[in-house]
Design a protein around this ligand. Structure first.
Ligand SMILES: Nc1ncnc2c1ncn2[C@@H]1O[C@H](COP(=O)(O)OP(=O)(O)OP(=O)(O)O)[C@@H](O)[C@H]1O
Ligand SMILES: [Mg+2]
Length: 247
């Protein structure tokens, strides 16, 4: 069963095809990576799948339902959360407050239906769990603005997970992270992937080979090939695309 699917999808900007005739399916419960040289159309494909961009051709499906005509709010309500939506960590709030806010966003209605005392205990307990899981125990009361760049990215991921999405779309989660944070974030993505579907754009091939069971290679707006890491990394056309720069 595909959770998100693009069929023959294209988008042109002033006659330039950023994505052209792409067929792509994200299958339930998998970690799927989209790779390719700079400008290949990876982020544009993300934007098409999450309806931030309207395709000029083709159709987009969510669990078999045609959502081509829908906007980004509709897909977010269905439980698809993409990383740039949460990359706005609230700088003036503490780490704990950022996580509590994400928890509240998820369960707004649910919590409104139960009593106040219960709401607060549940919220605080769940926030404590997430703080511990992401190694923020000692930074819980630190303002997000005072975190290092790497820890801010980890906080972004924590708030994404706090929203408990069914489908998680991460556009270059490792960008700008140091070695230690990369290992930690990779571990957390693996944990977060339990019971979820994850789509990942990532340039770090070690991370891709470790996390992704399926890989789609894009070049110049088109899908070049798809398969496991071992399969695609050996294909001459993939090696050529990378060594040739893909432009
Ligand atoms: N809104 C836009 N208007 C005009 N051109 C665009 C727009 N968005 C993307 N493009 C172009 O489409 C192509 C694909 O861009 P995209 O951002 O999807 O690439 P990418 O694979 O994510 O690259 P990177 O690895 O550098 O993030 C690029 O040539 C880019 O300049
Ligand atoms: Mg991109």
């Amino acid at each position: 069963m595909s959770v998100l699917e693009a069929r023959d999808v294209s988008i042109a900007f002033n006659g330039f095809y950023a994505v052209r005739n792409v067929d792509f399916a994200l299958h339930e419960g998998t970690i799927h990576a989209v790779i390719g040289p700079n400008g290949a159309g990876k982020t544009t494909l993300f934007n098409l799948l999450t309806k931030f961009l309207q395709p000029t051709g083709g159709s987009v499906y969510y669990r078999g339902q045609d959502i081509t005509g829908e906007g980004p709010a509709a897909i977010a309500r269905r439980g698809v959360v993409r990383s740039f939506q949460i990359s706005a960590v609230f700088q003036g709030l503490t780490v704990r407050e950022n996580i509590e806010l994400a928890l509240l966003r998820r369960s707004n209605l649910q919590w409104r239906l139960v009593g106040h005392a219960r709401r607060n205990t549940d919220l605080v307990r769940r926030a404590d769990e997430i703080l511990a899981q992401f190694g923020f125990d000692r930074e819980a009361d630190t303002a997000a603005a005072n975190l290092s760049y790497g820890r801010k990215r980890v906080l972004e991921l924590a708030t994404t997970i706090a929203m408990d999405p069914d489908v998680l779309l991460l556009d270059e989660p490792m960008a700008g992270l140091g070695r230690e944070d990369i290992d930690r974030v990779a571990e957390l993505i693996l944990e977060a992937a339990q019971g979820r579907t994850v789509l990942l754009v990532e340039h770090n091939m070690q991370v891709v080979s470790r996390l992704a069971e399926r890989i789609t290679v894009m070049v110049r707006g088109e899908v070049l090939t798809e398969g496991s890491y071992d399969e695609v990394s050996k294909r001459p056309e993939v090696i050529a695309a990378y060594t040739g720069g893909g432009h």
